[in-house]
Design a protein around this ligand. Structure first.
Ligand code: ISE
Length: 339
C-alpha cells in the first residue's frame, strides 16, 4: 500500500476487545482508519460501521479482505475462529494483528506458522500487548542491560476481579496465564521447557467446576524457575505484578498506576477495575506500532512463532492442570524465519 495514505483496516470480531480496537483505530491511532468491521452478528457490525464514515459492515472475514479499501486486518474474534481468518489473510498476503491466543492449540498454531513460512516473509503480529506496557518495557531493558546479572527467578501475579460466566478452568491457563508465558519467554529470551500446575483450596467465590486460584510453575531452558499466581475471582480489582530475582538485585513492577492519595488519616490509591484500563496505554502503543510498521512495509512485534510456543506451553499447562503432574513442553525446531 502507498505509505502516504491511511492504512485501511478490517476489524474481524466486534466483541469487547474488537469494539475497543475499533474505537482505538478511529480515535487514537494515527495513519490508520477502520474501513470494514466483520461480525457474525450483522446488526452489531452494522451499528459500529454506521458510526464511522467510509466503513462497511460484513459478516464474512473473506468478503472484507477482498474489498479494495482493506489493506490490513485486525483479528479480535474468539480464539477458535482465528485460524481460518489468519489463513485467509496470509493467502492474500495481507498484514495482520491477531489478538491472543494465536489459535486454541499447538497443532493449529503450527499450521499458521507453516502458512507464513510458505509465504516466505512475516505478515502477522500477535497481540501480546504487555510487551508494549511502559513498566514491562523498562523491566525488559534492565534485564537485557546485564546490570543485575542473570535472572534466576520470576514471581508473577495475575488477578482478575471476576471472570465471565462462560469462562472455564482451562481458560485460566490458555486465556489468562498465556500472557505470563509470553512475558517469561520474552523477558528471559528463552523457551519454557516444563509446566506444573498446583491448586490450593479454592476461594468460596469460585464458580462450580473451577479451582481458583492456581499456582503455575514454569521451568526454562537456562534452569530459571517462574511462578505465576492466577486468581480469577479476587473480587477487589485487576492486578498484574512481576518481580525478577537476579544475581545482583531484584526488580519489581506492580500496580501503582494512579495518584497516591493521602487524606483522612489514610493513604492509598485505586486498583484498576479491568485489563482494558490497566493496559490501555499498552494497547494504544501496540496498535500504533503495528500500523506504523505496516505502512513501512514491515512486520514487527510478537511473531506467530511466539504464538505457537505459547500455545504449546498452554497445552502442557492444561494437561498438568487436569492430571496434577509436571508436563514437558514439546516444540518443533524454530524455523529460520523466526531466528
Ligand atoms: C483476558 O482475555 C485478557 O487477555 C486479559 O489480559 C487477562 O488479564 C484476562 O485474565 C483474560 O481473561
Amino acid at each position: 500500500m502507498p505509505s502516504e495514505r491511511a492504512l485501511g483496516v478490517a476489524v474481524v470480531g466486534t466483541g469487547r476487545m474488537g469494539a475497543d480496537h475499533v474505537r482505538r483505530l478511529h480515535h487514537v491511532v494515527s495513519g490508520a482508519r477502520v474501513t470494514a468491521v466483520v461480525d457474525i452478528d450483522a446488526e452489531r457490525a452494522r451499528t459500529l460501521a454506521d458510526a464511522i464514515e467510509g466503513c462497511t459492515a460484513y459478516t464474512e472475514p473473506a468478503a472484507a479482505m477482498a474489498a479494495q479499501d482493506v489493506d490490513a486486518v485486525l483479528i479480535a474474534s474468539p480464539g477458535p475462529a482465528h485460524e481460518a481468518a489468519l489463513l485467509e489473510a496470509l493467502d492474500r498476503d495481507l498484514p495482520v494483528l491477531c489478538e491472543k491466543p494465536l489459535t486454541p492449540d499447538a497443532a493449529s498454531a503450527l499450521r499458521v506458522v507453516e502458512a507464513e513460512q510458505k509465504l516466505g516473509h512475516r505478515r502477522v503480529q500477535v497481540g501480546f500487548m504487555r510487551r508494549y506496557d511502559a513498566e514491562y518495557t523498562k523491566l525488559k531493558r534492565l534485564l537485557d542491560s546485564g546490570e543485575l546479572g542473570r535472572t534466576l527467578m520470576l514471581h508473577q501475579r495475575h488477578r482478575n476481579p471476576a471472570m465471565p460466566s462462560w469462562f472455564t478452568e482451562e481458560m485460566l491457563i490458555n486465556d489468562s496465564v498465556v500472557h505470563e508465558m509470553d512475558v517469561t519467554r520474552w523477558l528471559l529470551d528463552q523457551e519454557i521447557t516444563a509446566v506444573t500446575v498446583h491448586k490450593p483450596a479454592p476461594t468460596s467465590y469460585a464458580p462450580e467446576g473451577m479451582s481458583d486460584p492456581q499456582l503455575v510453575l514454569f521451568e526454562t531452558e537456562s534452569g530459571a524457575l517462574v511462578d505465576v499466581e492466577i486468581f480469577g475471582h479476587c473480587g477487589y480489582g485487576y492486578q498484574v505484578q512481576a518481580e525478577a530475582v537476579c544475581e545482583r538485585g531484584v526488580v519489581r513492577i506492580d500496580d501503582e498506576h494512579g495518584p497516591r492519595l493521602t487524606a483522612d488519616g489514610r493513604w492509598g490509591g485505586r486498583v484498576t477495575p479491568d485489563y482494558l484500563e490497566r493496559f490501555e496505554d499498552a494497547y494504544d502503543r501496540e496498535v500504533q506500532a503495528w500500523a506504523d510498521a505496516t505502512r513501512r512495509g514491515e512486520t514487527t512485534g510478537p511473531s506467530v512463532w511466539d504464538g505457537y510456543a505459547a500455545a504449546a506451553v498452554c497445552e502442557a499447562g492444561v494437561l498438568s492442570q487436569r492430571e496434577g503432574r509436571r508436563v514437558r513442553v514439546e516444540l518443533i525446531e524454530r524455523p529460520a524465519l523466526y531466528k
